[in-house]
Design a protein around this ligand. Structure first.
Ligand SMILES: [Zn+2]
Length: 139
């Protein structure tokens, strides 16, 4: 039996309010929702971080997000959804199994944009950062 709570939900060992089951992906309601309709989309195979996903797993994961975004919005009468991933413990990821949050949003709901979580601690010039990332990509 896995120690990972999301692996256990995927395996049906822990009950979850599942909204979508696909060969590579399962989606269920967050048990501590930020808003009604807060869905978590997870790969069936355990992966702690986004960069551990295979291309096929990544494709399946984001296809499921795309498939769910409209129905989640319509089901809750929401004006939009914020879709996000905390990737790594330092980002606030509390369950080390990749999960995409889909959180319904309404005008005036008091929540900010993704940009609002950052205090803008930028120190480097864009060309320097671009070169570093291109180098890390091996291109
Ligand atoms: Zn897991």
């Amino acid at each position: 039996m896995s120690a990972c709570i999301f692996c256990r939900v995927v395996a049906g060992e822990i009950p979850g309010e599942v909204v979508l089951r696909e060969p590579e992906v399962v989606a269920f309601l967050d048990v501590q929702p930020l808003a009604d309709g807060h869905v978590l989309v997870v790969p069936r195979a355990h992966a702690a971080a986004v960069e551990e996903l295979s291309p096929a797993q990544a494709d399946a994961l984001f296809r499921a997000v795309v498939r769910l975004a409209g129905p989640v919005r319509r089901a809750l009468g929401a004006a939009g959804t914020t879709i996000g991933v905390n990737n790594g413990e330092a980002t606030g990821q509390t369950i080390p199994h990749v999960h995409v949050h889909i959180v319904p949003r309404w005008e005036g709901d008091g929540a900010g944009s993704v940009h609002s979580i950052f205090p803008r601690t930028v120190e480097k010039k864009l060309p320097e950062v671009g070169a570093a990332i291109r180098s890390a990509l091996g291109s």
